[in-house]
Design a protein. Structure first.
Length: 487
């Protein structure tokens, strides 16, 4: 029987969600229009569908900009101190993949922290590069990955002198912002570039209380999700180049290959409008967001069973976790005997409070450009109630361990991606080569990547993930009963 084509399941779900009017402590930063740039509000009031256009005379061409788009990109570059800025309508994912495709040829090595976002895997498959993963420092008491130590990077470069460069994560999903000046100096002495996944850092240049942006610390390229904390529409990002590394012409060519040939002018216009708002009003908007975050931290720290990540927790990590972005409020609920997933579900279902993400141990709330004081008060009230009513009687819940050290790389991700593959039971996969990614999501840090050997430690870890029912992305079998391996 054919389904009823009068249904609108996705639109209906969006309408239902908006009707509940939840507290919103998540991205995008504009908070459903509350802090959307004024220019976009004007567009919407004039019927935004009028501006859903294509490459017409006078509107320029994203893939060969010479007019309005070129001028908008130049303004963004000037604001961020970049040599050149590219607008992206396929998200930061596209920008990161373009950098890898521009820099690396098949078989060439690239240094990466293990906590790179899963989008980087696509860049490795497309470029054929061979990843060399470096272990990040872990923040004691919270178990969160920060940056890679400078001496770790220097030693890796000595072992892999032909590596093309290093891709850093700055700041992390948890707001940890390692020092980049040391790694930049190490790389530049060897004439190698520092690339930065700065997805969560579009707001950093606009308030002195925030960590310094990547370009200001010597990064050669960075990609920022402007929609996350900059006020543009979801899926819009930009890529900054500091100079001639990697080759701007190759980056532009990679973007022409990867980006849609039908870019949304509404997304492009939202980048232009967000740039102006940040330039003219960013300091005021961020001052308000930082005040809300400071007050929120203080109130949450008073609730029994909660611990809130603060800069005092970074002392033991040194330059690998030099600063914390205060707009990211990381809350450990371990002392309540709950997982972060359970706490997030209680917040959403019982209290109509939506946070940015949860992992096994933490919640992450974001105070962005449009966050309200009532959003923050709602989160405090809800967590106070959860602490009082829903905390587990037995608070000795064991912590799900983080992924073990990266296993040996037997094939490049590209080789594994294209190799014949078959499913095998998880318990029988030891010694075989993975043909797929497995990452607990969020935060999306891979436990296993295509081309890596499946070790007994990986099997033990994934068995725990399966037992706890944690959400995973990447594997064909989301239950983790089987893994796909190279035949």
């Amino acid at each position: 029987m054919l389904p009823d084509q009068e249904q609108l399941p996705l639109l209906a779900a969006l309408v239902r969600h908006c009707r509940t009017n939840p507290a919103r402590l998540h991205v995008p930063a504009h908070r459903q229009g509350r802090a959307v740039p004024a220019a976009l509000t004007d567009l919407a009031e004039k019927n935004i569908f009028r501006f859903d256009l294509t490459e017409l005379p006078g509107l320029d061409d994203l893939h060969h900009p010479q007019g309005a788009i070129a001028a908008a990109q130049q303004l963004a570059a000037a604001l961020y101190g970049a040599g050149r800025t590219f607008f992206l309508v396929n998200g930061t994912t596209c920008g990161l993949q373009a950098l890898l495709l521009a820099l690396c040829r098949p078989g060439e090595e690239i240094l990466l922290p293990r906590n790179v976002h899963r989008s980087v895997l696509g860049g490795l498959v497309l470029s054929g590069a061979r990843p060399v993963y470096l272990p990040p420092v872990v923040i004691k008491d919270f178990g969160l990955a920060a940056g890679v130590r400078e001496d770790t990077l220097a030693a890796a470069l000595a072992r892999h002198p032909r590596a093309r460069g290093y891709l850093a994560v700055y700041p992390t999903y948890y707001g940890l912002a390692p020092d980049l000046t040391g790694p930049a100096a190490v790389l530049h002495r060897l004439d190698k570039p520092l690339l930065v996944d700065e997805a969560h850092g579009a707001h950093l240049p606009f308030h002195p209380a925030l960590p310094p942006p990547a370009l200001a610390q010597g990064a050669d390229a960075s990609v920022q999700s402007v929609h996350k904390l900059g006020g543009s529409l979801t899926q819009s990002s930009w890529l900054h180049l500091g100079g001639a590394r990697p080759d701007p012409a190759r980056v532009a060519a990679a973007l022409r290959l990867l980006q849609t040939s039908s870019p949304s002018y509404i997304l492009l216009a939202s980048l232009d409008a967000a740039r102006r708002q940040l330039a003219l009003d960013g300091r005021r908007l961020l001052e308000r967001a930082l005040t809300l975050a400071r007050d929120l931290r203080r109130e949450l720290a008073r609730i029994p069973g909660l611990a809130v990540l603060d800069e005092e927790h970074l002392a033991g990590a040194g330059a690998a976790a030099a600063r914390l972005d205060p707009t990211r409020v990381v809350i450990s609920v371990h002392g309540l005997g709950l997982t972060g997933y359970q706490a997030a579900r209680l917040l959403a279902e019982k209290h109509r409070v939506m946070v940015e993400m949860a992992d096994y141990r933490h919640l992450v709330a974001v105070t962005g450009l449009g966050t309200t004081a009532e959003d923050c008060r709602a989160l405090v009230r809800a967590l106070r109630e959860i602490s009082r009513r829903d905390a587990a009687a037995d608070r000795s819940r064991s912590v799900c361990p983080g992924p073990p050290d990266a296993p040996p790389v037997r094939l490049t991700p590209r080789q594994a991606w294209f190799a014949p593959a078959r499913p095998v039971p998880l318990e029988q996969a030891a010694g075989l080569v993975a043909a797929e990614t497995v990452a607990v999501y969020p935060p999306g840090i891979p436990a296993l990547c295509p081309g890596e050997e499946i070790t007994p430690e990986i099997i033990e870890y994934l068995s725990i993930v399966r037992r706890h029912g944690l959400p995973v992305q990447g594997p064909a079998d989301g239950t983790l009963q089987t893994l796909r391996v190279v035949s």
